[in-house]
Design a protein around this ligand. Structure first.
Ligand SMILES: [Zn+2]
Length: 262
């Protein structure tokens, strides 16, 4: 598995770019944290859309939400979003390496999410399924064999057309600006994590890239804050997407830890 990490780091290094033009320069670990956070945020937005629009889901909602996040990033089709996908797959491989080393416990197996390593492979599968010219090298390096890479094309097609079909009735056809209630609470212990999200317009970009495209029954709310846990979630009771600054910190720590182990 170590081999995979080295390759990912190399690819990230080659494609390293400022996260967004006009934004402050950020360090590699901040970029990694931001990219993984974008994937997590898109995943939570999928839960919001599923709940608010009453989207039917066949299979596990967590898998559908991961697919949605991957599709949205693939469709954005920029160097920045491709890096976000590479970093996110790397993040799940890293998490698997750290948490799922020798055996899987029952709660890993009966949990609502797939195993971290499966989540990593599924991201890469959809990447290569959409665009083998760009992503087959990465798929080769992580060990997706040729047959599976070819089959990933239909996985991508199915996920893509399924999401389009269920979201079609809710398209914001006239492009009217939608209101979103965005707040970055002041961090106390984790000021730089909060600043990283705010300075890079973390929620605002997700509104432009996703929420703006749909008519939603009520004004969505997105909040960054310290929560005393490294987590992010959609709260169906309040209709709010919450992103905890602790999770940004956890991604930064994971990146640093892996760097020092090389
Ligand atoms: Zn989820």
């Amino acid at each position: 598995m170590r081999r995979i990490f080295l390759i990912f780091v190399l690819l990230i290094g080659l494609q390293n770019s400022a996260f967004a033009q006009n934004q402050k320069a950020i360090s590699p670990e901040q970029e990694f944290a931001l990219n993984n956070s974008i994937f997590v945020l898109y995943h939570e937005i999928a839960h919001l859309l599923i709940d608010e629009l009453d989207i039917p889901i066949l299979g596990r909602e967590e898998n559908a939400a991961d697919n949605f996040a991957t599709l949205m990033l693939l469709r954005a089709d920029s160097e920045q979003t491709n890096n976000a996908l590479i970093d996110s797959a790397y993040g799940w491989f890293l998490s698997s390496e750290n948490n799922e080393q020798d055996f899987y416990s029952d709660d890993d197996l009966y949990g609502e999410h797939n195993l971290d390593i499966q989540r990593a492979f599924q991201i890469v599968c959809l990447m290569v399924g959409r665009d083998p010219a760009i992503f087959s090298e990465i798929a080769d390096e992580v060990g997706l064999d040729e047959d599976r890479q070819e089959a990933c094309a239909s996985d991508y097609e199915q996920a893509s057309t399924s999401w389009d079909k269920v979201l079609a009735p809710f398209k914001n056809e006239d492009g009217a600006k939608i209101e979103v209630d965005i707040k970055y609470n002041r961090g106390f212990g984790l000021v730089s994590a909060g600043n990283l999200l705010r300075d890079n317009e973390f929620f605002e970009n997700a509104v432009i890239n996703i929420l703006q495209k749909y008519n939603l029954p009520k004004i969505p709310s997105m909040r960054g804050k310290e929560c005393h846990e490294a987590n992010a979630y959609y709260d169906s009771w309040t209709g709010e997407v919450l992103y905890c600054y602790e999770l940004v910190d956890e991604f930064i720590e994971a990146f640093r830890k892996n760097e020092t182990e090389e």
